[in-house]
Design a protein around this ligand. Structure first.
Ligand code: FAD
Ligand code: S2G
Ligand code: ZN
Length: 495
């Protein structure tokens, strides 16, 4: 989808890049930090889903905060629009240009600045890849308080900019709690720096909170100071089969009361999400009827739960988990289950949850809805979307003339966060009209949020009103006007 696909979006009255601009940037950066060749720019112009395509003619890759400051100061004077870009794994079209905005990539700002072994406080450049930060911490007996399927590509700065939730928010909380300080360059080049190492600092407005989840609209995050917990010594994963969604919520309640302090993840997946994953993972599903010669392993239960415990003593954890599993099997909340026996099995079980993202777009594309809903009504949204697509005869797993392959539901039960993915064979106006604003109206009527963790970006810019009041939206617009009066930071998105 390129800008000309959105008839009601006009390019703002921003400057157009000229040779003088390129000369100016060449004085700030060395030649390999400017990309102008159209082939090399392609990857920066399209998002992870290859759904949003921009037309930037220039990518800048600063190595230092001062270079970011110099660049923004100049862009602000010239009213050149910019898109800050991290690992470009965002799922709402926020990380790529809409028109010809300059892409400012943090990829070259990837140093670990410091780590304090006793407090567990880590300070990194914004361009450090999440998995690299966690590997570094692992060598020091600590863990990054965030994990998500894109860990191998997303950057810590992008995680903070999107206030990413991920698979372990249930255990480690939100970045609003674990981030201690930030270094951010504002639109006019001012450098805001609160990169201290204090757990508590109650002196004035907590300014860093403004930038956590601001998606590049208020400033470019160049540094993050974050409090990391001790790495758990013992991790177990149980993969469970359940008869219906109500049992999933009952199982969650039981897990909270019986595993409380060692529970580190509680994810649910419906059968259709597992059928999708089975087609890309091409390995035997952990819980399926015995393999019949030549028949792909087919998941047999309507719902699945991936439950993870992380503790400091394997023996104690195993006793607690065994007791829990006995209880949920006896009370028939769970009808089948398997527990990881080693690191490899643990990773394999996780692929049946983390692989759904990739699997959702194997037929050509995906419409994603990352929403918060009250637990009891959460799966009703998936059921009503399936029903609606069938009534409109838009969906079939067999007939590949239908635009929709299947709608699947899965997500972070512990956070009340559903991922509804509508796997399609092509992006199609009919399908879009069937889904929007239907999904957003459902969310509003159930007092949920239209974006639980992926943010607003470009996809949801016009839908914030389904989750925020006019007063709140006006206060946000005032902030945006104050910090970015020329509107050069990530225009056309967010609010
Ligand atoms: P990008 O995609 O590059 O940018 C995202 C947004 O932040 C854009 O608006 C961009 O302008 C802005 N931005 C990036 N860097 C900066 C910066 N330094 N300063 C200011 N603004 C910046 N998200 C979740 O929350 N939970 C999940 O469980 C999850 N799972 C995922 C699984 C997969 C397989 C994939 C592909 C994505 C998943 N995501 C998830 C979405 C995405 O990974 C997160 O939003 C992630 O935090 C984005 O980081 P990034 O570095 O790729 O940012
Ligand atoms: C997840 C990202 C992938 C998707 O897997 O938890 O946040 O498909 C999601 O939405
Ligand atoms: Zn998620």
């Amino acid at each position: 989808l390129t800008a000309d696909k959105y008839p009601n979006i006009k390019r703002g009255d921003f400057g157009k890049i000229n040779d003088e601009d390129i000369n100016h940037f060449s004085k700030i950066l060395s030649p390999n930090q400017l990309i102008t060749d159209s082939n090399d720019i392609t990857g920066y112009n399209q998002d992870w889903m290859k759904k949003y395509i921009g037309q930037s003619k220039l990518v800048l890759k600063p190595k230092t905060t001062e270079q970011v400051s110099e660049i923004l100061k100049y862009c602000n004077q010239r009213k050149l629009a910019v898109v800050p870009q991290g690992g470009n794994t965002g799922l709402v079209g926020g990380s790529v240009p809409v028109f010809d905005e300059i892409v400012i990539s943090l990829a070259s700002m990837n140093n670990i600045r410091s780590f304090d072994q006793s407090s567990g406080i880590l300070k990194v450049d914004a361009g450090v890849i999440l998995e690299n930060a966690d590997n570094y911490l692992s060598e020091n007996g600590y863990i990054f308080p965030l994990d998500l399927g894109a860990k191998g590509s997303c950057f810590v700065g992008g995680n903070v900019a999107t206030n990413a939730g991920g698979l372990r928010l249930l255990r480690y909380g939100s970045l609003h709690g674990s981030v201690l300080g930030l270094e951010v360059v504002l639109a006019d080049g001012t450098i805001y720096n609160s990169m201290h190492s204090l757990r508590k600092d109650n002196t004035g407005y907590d300014l860093k909170q403004l930038f956590i989840g601001s998606e590049g609209s208020l400033g470019i995050i160049t540094g993050v100071s974050i409090l990391c917990p001790a790495r758990p010594k013992s991790v177990n994963v149980a993969f469970l089969g359940l008869e219906n969604y109500e049992q999933v919520t009952k199982c969650f309640q039981k897990a909270k009361s019986e595993l409380g302090e060692i529970l580190s993840a509680f994810e649910f997946m419906d059968k259709d999400s597992q059928l999708l994953a089975a087609q890309t993972l091409k390995t035997t599903h952990p819980l399926c009827q015995d393999d019949i010669e030549g028949i792909e392993s087919v998941p047999e239960y309507p719902f699945y739960v991936l439950l993870e415990t992380s503790g400091s003593n394997k023996e104690h954890d195993d006793i607690k988990l065994e007791k829990f599993l006995e209880d949920v099997m006896e009370s028939e909340i769970v009808v089948d289950g398997t527990v990881s026996q080693d690191e490899q099995q643990l990773k394999t079980l996780w692929t049946w949850r983390e692989g759904i993202a990739e699997a959702s777009q194997q037929f050509g594309g995906v419409y994603k809805y990352d929403v918060s809903l009250p637990l009891d009504s959460m799966y009703k949204l998936v059921e009503s979307v399936k029903e609606r697509l069938n009534e409109l005869e838009l969906s079939s797993t067999e007939d590949n003339k239908k635009p929709v392959y299947e709608a699947v539901g899965y997500g972070h039960i512990g956070d009340g966060n559903l991922h509804l993915n509508v796997a399609v064979r092509e992006y199609n106006k009919e399908v879009e009209k069937a889904l929007e604003p239907f999904v957003y109206e459902f969310i509003e009527s159930h007092k949920g949020s239209i974006s639980a963790e992926h943010g607003l970006g470009f996809q949801k810019k016009n839908y914030i009103k389904y989750s925020k009041s006019e007063t709140e939206i006006n206060m946000m617009k005032d902030l945006k006007k104050h910090y970015d009066p020329n509107g050069i930071l990530n225009p056309y998105k967010y609010i």
